[in-house]
Design a protein around this ligand. Structure first.
Ligand SMILES: *Cc1c(COP(=O)(O)O)cnc(C)c1O
Length: 386
């Protein structure tokens, strides 16, 4: 290396780190973290191939199985939710396989795009954003199609605040195609709203630690049915990092992972799951329903319009139409900078058209009330008249 090349990249200046303000973080993931869960992450590092980690891995797996409602092991990978989408695709299919993607928004599209990127032959059944997949239309479309190896769908579409009737959709898919693989993106639903993997006969279900689990980002969780494990044996798409086989073997035999897990995030997830069990699965679902009802009620009372169809509105995220004449970017900036309340904007073509309020993971009704009270005030300052 010449002297000149060595000098090309200057030594970074010692710079003060930007402080992280306390916020009312109301985006649909990452979510705020309870102090007990945050504190767990300050535990010292351990060997991920040692006995302490194995105990945590086994405990976390059993608890995740309970929340997924499955007898299959729930595997984890150091990844975000998108890793779950990719993991499902590469473990189940072969190049050229025909799959159907039922899409109702941006995350459904992402899953379809991943399948296409891996060379699958994807037929999309699309619904307008803001609506759920209509079971009768899905059934009619599926009946017209040549046989399909899998159906990819989103349980809760975070980009539009819509929850699909997964139980009904899975039942009709299974009736029409008894052997097809039902792949479910449950990133923003698992742990928060009812999801019954085995009873609904779902083949692959995945989620991410930063959504409904009161845990920082970093762990993707995925479970596969016996049918999916059978398909995994002959699936020929290339896979390595997200390969389920070695992950299951190491987990069951040793309580380990093929690669280094996110140890500190495991500490957090372990405590978060303990808190979730203490509250109770059904109690969480009931609280989520209340939160959804509360946010929607307040939003309507302000004179705002919900983006999602009423009967399919999500209990983990609410999407709101930006009223005519309001600059939503400036509004969200004001709320973020002045009030330390952080809402999410719209994605893709919905940018500037909707904004979204997350109510999943760790929150209290007071957090929601404070966010909505302030939103109402700021909207009036911005000239909104209901
Ligand atoms: C958040 C989310 C994803 C993507 O997760 P990342 O963690 O951002 O990769 C995928 N699907 C749904 C439904 C989500 O809510």
């Amino acid at each position: 290396m010449t002297t000149q090349e060595q000098g090309a990249i200057p030594v970074p200046q010692v710079e003060e780190r930007t402080p992280i303000p306390k916020q009312n973080l109301r985006v649909p993931g990452p979510t705020p973290i309870p102090s007990e869960v945050l504190a767990a992450q300050t535990n010292p590092m351990i060997n991920h191939r040692g006995p302490e980690f194995a105990a945590i891995a086994r405990r976390v797996t059993a608890r995740l199985q309970y929340f997924f409602q499955t007898t299959s092991p729930v595997l984890t990978f150091p990844a975000s939710g998108t890793g779950g989408q990719e993991s499902a695709v590469v473990n189940l299919f072969s190049p050229g396989d025909h799959v159907v993607a039922i899409t109702i928004g941006n995350f459904g599209n992402r899953l379809a795009k991943i399948a296409e990127a891996y060379g699958l032959n994807v037929t999309r059944i699309e619904f307008p954003w803001g609506q759920a997949a209509d079971p009768a239309s899905v059934e009619a479309r599926l009946k017209e199609l040549p046989s399909y190896k899998g159906v990819l769908l989103t349980h809760n579409e975070t980009s539009t605040g819509v929850t699909n009737d997964l139980e009904a959709l899975a039942a009709l898919i299974r009736r029409l195609a008894p052997e097809t693989l039902i792949v479910v993106d449950a990133v923003s639903s698992a742990g928060s709203i009812p999801l019954d993997m085995d009873r609904w006969d779902l083949d692959a279900v995945f989620t991410g630690s930063q959504k409904g689990w009161m845990t920082p980002p970093g762990i993707m969780m995925i479970a596969a049915s016996p049918r999916a494990w059978e398909a995994n044996k002959t699936a020929r798409l290339p896979r390595f990092y997200f390969d389920w086989g070695p992950a299951r073997k190491q987990l069951l035999e040793k309580g380990q992972h093929p690669t280094t897990p996110a140890v500190s995030v495991f500490y957090a997830l372990d405590v978060a799951l303990e808190m979730m069990l203490a509250e109770g699965r059904e109690a969480i679902f009931a609280r989520q329903q209340q939160a959804g009802d509360y946010v929607r009620g307040r939003v309507r009372a302000m004179g705002l319009q919900l983006f999602a169809d009423h009967q399919n509105a999500s209990n983990t995220v609410t999407a709101i139409k930006v009223p005519e004449g309001i600059d939503s970017k400036a509004l969200l900036k004001k709320l973020r900078e002045q009030d330390r309340i952080v809402f999410a904007g719209g994605q893709a073509h919905l940018e500037g058209k909707i904004f979204r309020i997350g109510h999943l993971g760790y929150f209290t009704e007071a957090d929601l009330a404070q966010a909505l009270d302030t939103l109402e005030q700021r909207l009036h300052e911005f000239g909104f008249k209901s």
